[in-house]
Design a protein around this ligand. Structure first.
Ligand code: GRF
Length: 223
C-alpha cells in the first residue's frame, strides 16, 4: 500500500502531532509523516518528532518580511519533502490566501469546538460563557477564513455543570487525539472527498452504542 506523505505544522506542545505519530505506527495506517515544521524554535513538538525519527525543522516566521514570504518558505520545505497532505496541529499562524489556495483540499486543521460555532482563540472560555451544553472538536479542510472549511469529522463532549476552562480543554483534547487520526485515515485512504464544499463519500459508517452516538462519524470505525 502506498502511504500518503503527510507534513505536520506545529507551534507548541504537539500533543496532536503525537497522536498522529502513534496512529502512523498502527498496521495499515494509510499515511506517514515525512516532515514536521514549527514556526517556533522552542516548540515541544519538535522533540516529539525527533524522538520518532521524523525529520523536523523550524522555520521562524520572525525571519520573514511578510506572511507571503514565510508561507512560500513553508511550501518550499514541504514540497522538497514531497508532502502530499498537510495537517495543522496547533499551528498558531494565519495563512496567506495564496498558501491556502496552493494546498486546497490537501490541507487539514483541528479546532477545539464544534465548528462553525466558536472559531478563533479562547474557545473554551467562550463556550462556557455562552452556556452551551455540548462542545467538542472538528477536523476540517482549510479555507481562507480562519477555522472554516469542509468538515471531515467531529466529536462531541457534554459541557458539565461547574466545568472550568482547563477541565473542558483537557476533555476536548483527549477527544482531539482520537479524532485527528480518524480524520486523517479517512482523507488519506480516499474514503472521503470534498464535493461542493461538503465532505462526502462516507459509506458503511454506523454509530455503535450510546457512547459513540455522540461521534459523527463513529470513532469505532477504522482505528
Ligand atoms: C489543540 O487544542 C488544537 O485543537 C488547537 O491547538 C491545540 C494544540 O495542542 N488548534 P497540541 O499542540 O496539539 O498539544
Amino acid at each position: 500500500m502506498k502511504k500518503t506523505r503527510v507534513g505536520v505544522l506545529i507551534s507548541g506542545r504537539g500533543s496532536n502531532l503525537q497522536a498522529l505519530i502513534e496512529a502512523g505506527k498502527t498496521r495499515g495506517f494509510p499515511a506517514e509523516i515525512v516532515l514536521v515544521v514549527s514556526n517556533m524554535p522552542k516548540a515541544l513538538g519538535l522533540a516529539r518528532a525527533e524522538a520518532a525519527s521524523i525529520p523536523a525543522r523550524t522555520i521562524d516566521h520572525k525571519g520573514f518580511a511578510s506572511r507571503e514570504a514565510f508561507d512560500a518558505a513553508l511550501t518550499e520545505a514541504l514540497e522538497a519533502a514531497r508532502v502530499e497532505l498537510l495537517c495543522n496541529a496547533g499551528f498558531m499562524r494565519l495563512h496567506s490566501e495564496s498558501f491556502v489556495r496552493h494546498w486546497w483540499n490537501r490541507h487539514l486543521n483541528i479546532h477545539p469546538s464544534l465548528l462553525p460555532a466558536f472559531p478563533g482563540l479562547n474557545t473554551h472560555a467562550r463556550v462556557l460563557e455562552a452556556g452551551v451544553m455540548l462542545s467538542g472538536c472538528t477536523v476540517h479542510f482549510v479555507r481562507p477564513e480562519m477555522d472554516s472549511g469542509p468538515i471531515v469529522a467531529q466529536a462531541a463532549v457534554p459541557v458539565l455543570p461547574g466545568d472550568t476552562e482547563d477541565g473542558l480543554a483537557a476533555r476536548v483534547l483527549a477527544l482531539e487525539h482520537r479524532l485527528y487520526p480518524h480524520a486523517l485515515r479517512l482523507v488519506a485512504s480516499g474514503a472521503v472527498r470534498v464535493e461542493g464544499e461538503i465532505v462526502a463519500g462516507l459509506t458503511g459508517v454506523k454509530a455503535k452504542g450510546p457512547q459513540t452516538a455522540l461521534f459523527s462519524p463513529s470513532l469505532d470505525e477504522g482505528l
